[in-house]
Design a protein around this ligand. Structure first.
Ligand code: PGA
Length: 252
């Protein structure tokens, strides 16, 4: 049994006060949940105060991390600093990082090793652009991204890694993959993990779907066999909407 994770990726949104209000409100609703985990990915500058309000269930994550422990990397954040703050999760290889900030399969792999070294729970994002989908290359792309991301990762480390399938054309566009499409690709990613490790390991790894998830489409997506929660941008900004998403996973 894989426990799904409902995660909000706030991107570069929210003031500190709004962020704190959100966490206060959501924490009241989710403290005793055992059948779904909840996470919020906030801007680095808000992490310190949000971490102080982490609950039993709701945990805080960073949207990026550098792969080196320290050094001359202006503007970057060290995994050690995140760990020291008490941050629980870290997002790695989000498509916005890949397309705007030159994140490559190689840096994703290095960041994953670094996150695991400091016991930050990584959510590794993979997904194809529209052109690849139209050329039937989705499997090829996610297979490459997944395989490269996982280079050098041991079978023991694997169950502690969360994958997120996020088709780039569905992010922030209002276009969601159909539940069948999303499930099919999550199944393919699980197949890649099985090939690299074993069926037993592949069945333990949680794979989220992300891309225009909202209160209307969440139930169908979460009801699918290979989808273990969601990584949500726009619909995670409002606490009522986020709680609705969490409840939908519980019921799925
Ligand atoms: P969206 O973003 O839900 O706004 O499409 C998803 C994401 O970027 O993780």
């Amino acid at each position: 049994m894989r426990i799904p994770i409902m995660a909000g990726n706030w991107k570069m949104n929210k003031t500190r006060d709004k962020a704190l209000d959100f966490v206060y409100e959501v924490n009241r609703e989710v403290p005793d949940l055992t059948d779904v985990e909840t996470a919020i990915f906030a801007q680095d500058v808000h992490l310190r105060c949000l971490v102080k309000r982490q609950g039993e269930n709701l945990k805080i994550g960073a949207q990026n991390v550098h792969y080196e422990d320290s050094g001359a990397f202006t503007g970057e954040t060290s995994p050690i600093a995140l760990k020291e703050l008490g941050v629980h999760y870290v997002l790695i290889g989000h498509s916005e990082r890949r397309s705007y900030y030159n994140e490559t399969d190689e840096s994703v792999n290095k960041k994953l090793h670094s996150a695991l070294k400091y016991k930050l729970v990584p959510i590794v994002c993979v997904g194809e652009v529209l052109e690849a989908r139209e050329q039937n290359k989705t499997l090829e792309v996610v297979e490459r991204q997944t395989t490269k991301a996982l280079e050098g990762i041991t079978a023991e480390q694997m169950p502690g890694i969360v994958m997120a399938y996020e088709p780039v054309w569905a992010i922030g566009t209002g276009k969601t993959a159909t539940a069948e499409m999303a499930n099919e690709t999550c199944k393919d990613i699980r197949g890649v993990i099985e090939k690299l490790y074993s069926k037993e390991i592949a069945e333990k790894v949680r794979i989220q779907y992300g891309g225009s998830v909202n209160a209307k489409n969440v139930k169908e997506l979460m009801g699918m066999e290979h989808i273990d929660g969601a990584l949500v941008g726009g619909a995670s900004l409002d606490p009522t909407s986020f709680i609705e998403l969490v409840n939908a996973v519980k019921e799925a």
